[in-house]
Write a protein of this length. Sequence first.
Length: 83
Amino acid sequence: MGVEKMSVSFDLELGEAIRASAQDAHQTVSAWLAAAARDRLRLEALGQAVASWEEEFGPLTDAEVAHADRLLANGGKRRPGAA
């Protein structure tokens, strides 16, 4: 896998927060930023997937959204016997 070097700029407070969070996570700033970028790209892909699903099947119901919220709160794990 290749590596692309980039130069980025942040306001001072954000830069300090990134550095502190990376240090707390025992990561380099580059690794921390790469993980944050991957997370953002996954969220964008999820949003696109939901939009495509809703185009085909209609909007998610409140019950479906509540169910998804419960799954996410539970780390994505279903309880045995739960629908």
